[in-house]
Ligand binder design. Structure first.
Ligand SMILES: [Zn+2]
Ligand SMILES: [Zn+2]
Length: 319
């Protein structure tokens, strides 16, 4: 039987790309060290920072919150969890439940934004009325809510649970369509734009999807394992991920090398330079009206950006 490269106990995992095998205890330590190194190398979190971790309720969220929770005393930062309830039937109900249990387990403060309650429509209802794909509406809403929460709750950064597989496949997809400005956004840290956009960080940047899954499993952190019903197995995203897995099988560690290179060179890609403030809500927009205010104005006659900002600023005043 294979043995742990550190203590010699039976190994639960064989990481070919790292040429190491680990028992549960040393695998957990390995993942935590790897994330801590990324946080330092890419200067993600500083002492006394206030960090909001956006959690969906899935395995990557559990890993993100679980590791940041263990690092917060060592580095010395404050951690708040944010969950956005998208109103996608059973999937959202279970994801919200898992997020609540995760926050409870770790003893962390959790802020919930309920899309249906706040905006009057769930994501599928919004998509239907706007005649747009649910995933595109969902992306606009999530990005907006995370940014508004970050600004209003006075966060130094908002952390998301994107792992190396996510980042590598997004970058490859954007490359195929030559959306080069979007590749530049896939770096470990996107700096803030004063009062318009909060700083965004990706602590799981160099963590493989499989590692993230195994970490939350071995620590028995609560998570909901189903994919969003709107994610399709025949989609391009899924096929690109499979392709990267094939590459990795043949050339172990290529995914990690790829994302690390992206971290180094990502800033060379073109950027959208003109950052303006939305005339309704005052946050980042490209054409004077942000996408969130535009879609909510079409749905509800009045743009919902200002209301979302007020919701989070009230929370801040109460805490
Ligand atoms: Zn061991
Ligand atoms: Zn706006």
């Amino acid at each position: 039987m294979a043995k742990c490269s550190i203590c010699g106990k039976p190994a639960v995992v064989d990481l070919r790309y790292a040429r190491r095998r680990f028992c549960a205890e040393h695998f957990i330590e390995f993942v935590e060290r790897k994330i801590e190194r990324s946080i330092k190398e890419y200067k993600m979190i500083g002492k006394r920072d206030r960090v909001i971790a956006a959690i969906s309720g899935g395995k990557d969220s559990a890993t993100l919150a679980g590791v940041l929770d263990r690092l917060r005393d060592r580095i010395g930062f404050e951690l708040i969890l944010l969950h956005i309830d998208l109103g996608i039937s059973e999937y959202s109900r279970k994801s919200r439940e898992a997020s609540v249990r995760l926050a409870h387990r770790l003893g962390l403060e959790l802020v919930i934004f309920d899309v249906k309650e706040m905006l009057g429509y769930s994501i599928p209802e919004m998509a239907l009325r706007l005649r747009r794909r649910a995933c595109s509406v969902c992306g606009i809403v999530k990005r907006y809510v995370m940014n508004a929460a970050g600004i209003e709750l006075g966060a130094d950064s908002v952390a998301t649970g994107h792992n190396a597989d996510d980042i590598g496949s997004y970058a490859l997809k954007e490359f195929l369509f030559q959306n080069l400005e979007n590749i530049g956004k896939l770096v470990p840290v996107s700096e803030s734009i004063d009062n318009l956009a909060v700083r965004k960080i990706k602590p799981l940047y160099t963590v493989y999807e499989k590692e993230s899954f195994l970490y939350s499993l071995l620590r028995e952190l609560p998570y909901y394992h189903e994919e969003c019903p709107h994610a399709r197995l025949d989609s391009l995203d899924f096929t690109i991920k499979e392709f990267l897995n094939k590459l990795e099988e043949k050339f172990p560690s290529i995914k990690i090398q790829y994302v690390k290179m992206l971290a180094r060179k990502g800033s060379n890609y073109p950027k959208i330079v003109e950052a303006r403030s939305c005339r309704h809500c005052g946050l980042l927009s490209l054409g004077g009206e942000c996408s969130f205010c535009r879609i909510t104005r079409r749905l509800r006659k009045s743009p919902a950006g200002p209301m979302v900002r007020r919701y989070f600023s009230t929370l801040r005043n109460h805490s």
